[in-house]
Ligand binder design. Structure first.
Ligand code: SF4
Ligand code: SF4
Length: 251
């Protein structure tokens, strides 16, 4: 893991001005899910009493909801530096709140805004997952069978021997052709991959990735471009085949 640069540290330590705090809160409040997730708050603490993360971390969903409900801009920004990343997204709080709030949903909105604003907390939390993101976004899979080896999973102990088997033969025996590979858990075809790229572009996922990890963004965009070219080549081949079939039928 790379250590934060001096510039990063300086940015993290610079307190945001009022305008920036308002911009962050506006982004949270204008999120399409905000009004549905926050209806008011009794400050009763039921959410915190049932929250598993509150038992283990310096974190309270009641505090998060109160910060938003009272529009405490400094407190909201402060919570976004660490606390919001403690939520396990289990939504026990949403099932318990007498106001029908979803503190976990509000945390998710705040996380999206933290990413949008390129906060260091978002970069720190997501950095260890960069390899996972690369794998997911370029193959559609997180874990490939050929990654399940004693070296990669020493914590499995003797159980790892159960998968240390002739995987290539075993995978060939699976009836679905999409699973007969070791490179990925299942094969995602080119058309589906291209559709996923479009979704990530249209929903802003790629913009978010560029904000938090520009190097990873560049690598993924290169791979996306290659796959788009491959897909276009495949489409061109289909057109040529159709033309040839048409010529044969004319004769
Ligand atoms: S969010 Fe709901 S459960 Fe939590 S303190 Fe407010 S009213 Fe109570
Ligand atoms: S969703 Fe988050 S805030 Fe809500 S109970 Fe689960 S861990 Fe706690």
């Amino acid at each position: 893991m790379s250590s934060p640069t001096q510039q990063d540290q300086t940015e993290a330590e610079t307190p945001p001005d009022r305008e920036e705090l308002e911009e962050i809160f506006d982004d949270i409040r204008s999120h399409p899910r905000y009004d549905r997730e926050l209806n008011g708050c009794l400050n009763c603490g039921i959410c915190t009493a049932t929250c598993p993360s509150a038992h283990y971390y310096d974190y309270s969903p009641r505090e998060i909801v109160q910060l938003l409900w009272t529009e405490n801009l400094e407190g909201i920004h402060d919570a976004m530096q660490e606390k919001i990343w403690a939520c396990a997204q289990c939504y026990t709080c949403a099932a318990r709140c007498p106001f029908g709030n979803s503190p976990g949903g509000l945390v998710m909105v705040m996380r999206e805004v933290a990413i949008k604003h390129g906060m260091e907390s978002a970069k720190d939390v997501l950095r260890p997952f960069s390899r996972v993101m690369l794998k997911v976004m370029t193959t559609g899979n997180q874990l490939a069978p050929n990654m399940i080896t004693p070296e990669h999973f020493p914590d499995w102990g003797p159980n790892i021997s159960k998968v240390d088997a002739p995987l290539n033969i075993l995978r060939k025996a699976i009836p679905m052709p999409t699973l007969q590979t070791l490179e990925t858990a299942w094969a995602v075809n080119l058309k589906t991959s291209i559709e996923l790229y479009t979704i990530w572009e249209e929903t802003g996922v790629l913009d978010q990735l560029e904000t938090i990890d520009e190097n990873l963004f560049d690598v993924i965009v290169d791979i996306m471009d290659e796959k788009r070219e491959d897909y276009q080549d495949w489409l061109d081949e289909q057109d040529e085949d159709d033309d040839e079939d048409g010529d044969d039928n004319d004769e």
